[in-house]
Ligand binder design. Structure first.
Ligand code: GLN
Length: 484
């Protein structure tokens, strides 16, 4: 059953080949069998899942429900889930039981989906390897000695290994796309403001977007459709109707103009990854698309810009975790200052503390103009690059990551090497445009992903391009053998 697409799962449920309870039980069984090796779930919500499955079965028996009724999923542990621990990968929130549901949790519940549990992640979504989680690293199902990418490492490992048919994820600088690339999945980060951030624990609010990781663009489209839309409880949510992503999946790519940013094909890109992406470009040409070079001249500045803007916002967002209002509280303290210091010192891991310090520094009087304000200006230049490029082309294509998944521990001692993982993904967050990663081949038996970026609210066109490519290729169908 775990080999089936969401459409096939839905058809199977409706044809009564299996019930949602059986399907849910199958995934719960696979989690108990395989997740010791992967560590992809922080919390498994078996009872809640079976109750949701029974409710879905009732709906289906009455001939009601939609495309997602009865289909299980994993929720990244950054989304508040009422009555269920919502840890954000941190000791700070290890005992936090959310009192309400995030909007996307509510929407997917309402669509009849069954939550299997909460997926592991880097602490407060800070990381590119899922090694900063308080709950331990996640392993890559393609090679257990390698990282799955981050910060949505649990979401991708669960889906890649067949421990969930699909999962939610979030992307502040690449956390949907980079892990999707490293595990042979399709992951989409929509336009900033397309999906509600209400109930999604904030890292860098002007960059954070929720999305999905899936086995195909078609699967991703169905769940993204259900997650998207205006939410009055998120002040940055955009009031604009959601396109029909699913019926858009049949369109021909004839006449589609694809831009290849020359900066993305410069040094740093592994030759193995480059070869896969060049082959993919040929496939797109074969499907009728035209390809030309474009330039995003400010893109080399995106990593340094991000590492000012994101920590600045994080330092402000994470101020609420003080042991009084939220989060872990240190024991045996005598003064208020000691309470703050020890609670935050004990509750936050090293990477989160590093980001808070950087953020506080760049926002402080005397450094604000030199760092934060400067970064905001460069951010605008990055946005202008995309505006210009989308005057010439419909989609931009490039690599998602520089190479295949690296070994656990390889970059943990070198934060800057870790930060460079997102060199191709960060610009989309700084500009606010939608972007996705999809499988485009293998190098040394490990998956390679390519990235598509679209103009604002052009998710539909991007998903269709990915879907057409997936109709012509079968890289996305390959699964890691150890989890067959
Ligand atoms: N890897 C980047 C970081 O560490 C991006 C993380 C994310 O997108 N949440 O901040």
């Amino acid at each position: 059953m775990h080999e089936l697409s969401l459409r096939e799962l839905g058809e199977g449920l409706r044809a009564k080949k299996f019930s949602s309870r059986e399907l849910t039980g199958h995934y719960l069984g696979r989690i108990s069998q395989h997740d010791k090796a992967l560590n992809s779930y922080i919390t498994v919500t078996a009872d809640r899942a079976l109750a949701q499955a029974d409710a879905a079965d009732k709906t289906l028996a009455a001939g009601a429900g939609g495309a997602l009724t009865g289909i299980p999923l994993a929720q990244k542990d950054i989304f508040c889930t009422s009555g269920v621990r919502t840890s954000c990968g941190s000791k700070m929130l290890d005992k936090f039981i959310a009192p309400y549901d995030a909007t996307i949790v509510q929407k997917l519940d309402a669509a009849g989906m069954v939550m299997l549990g909460k997926a592991n992640m880097d602490e407060f979504a800070m990381g590119s390897s899922n090694e900063t989680s308080y709950y331990g690293p996640v392993k890559n199902p393609w090679d257990l000695e390698r990282v799955p990418g981050g910060s949505s490492g649990g979401s991708v490992a669960a889906v890649a290994a067949g421990l969930a048919p699909i999962a939610t994820a979030t992307d502040t600088g690449g956390s949907i796309r980079q892990p999707a690339a490293l595990t042979n999945l399709t992951g989409i980060k929509p336009t900033y403001g397309r999906v509600s951030r209400y109930g999604m624990i904030a890292f860098a609010s002007s960059l954070d977007q929720a999305g999905v990781v899936a086995h195909s663009a078609e699967d991703a489209a169905v769940v993204l459709q259900a997650m998207s839309g205006f939410d009055p409880r998120d002040s940055t949510s955009v009031e604009r109707p959601v396109d029909d992503y699913i019926s858009g999946l049949g369109a021909s790519l004839k006449g589609l103009r694809i831009g290849l940013p020359k900066e993305y094909f410069a040094e740093g890109l592994d030759p193995g990854a480059r070869a896969c992406i060049e082959a993919a470009i040929k496939v797109f040409e074969g499907l009728g698309a035209s390809v030309r070079e474009v330039s995003l001249p400010s893109s080399p500045l995106s990593v340094p810009t991000y590492y000012v803007v994101a920590p600045a916002e994080a330092s402000s967002n994470l101020a609420r975790f003080d042991g009084v209002r939220y989060g872990h509280r240190a024991e045996g303290v005598h003064t208020l200052e000691e309470l703050y210091k020890r609670s935050r010192g004990e509750g936050f891991g090293a990477e989160v503390q590093r980001r808070i310090m950087i953020g506080t520094y760049v926002l402080s009087h005397g450094y604000y103009d030199a760092y934060y304000l400067k970064a905001q200006k460069v951010r605008r230049l990055i946005y202008d690059d995309f505006r210009r490029a989308f005057g010439e082309v419909d989609l931009i294509l490039g690599p998602t990551a520089q190479s295949v998944a690296f070994k656990l521990g390889d970059k943990t001692d070198d934060p800057v090497a870790m930060y460079l993982n997102d060199i191709y993904t960060i610009a989309a967050n700084l500009a606010g445009i939608p972007a996705m990663s999809l499988p485009c081949g293998f190098h040394q038996d490990l998956p390679i992903g390519m990235q598509l970026m679209g103009n604002f609210f052009d998710e539909g066109r991007m998903l269709n391009a990915a879907h057409q490519y997936q109709q012509a290729t079968d890289f996305h169908k390959r699964r890691p053998q150890a989890f067959a």
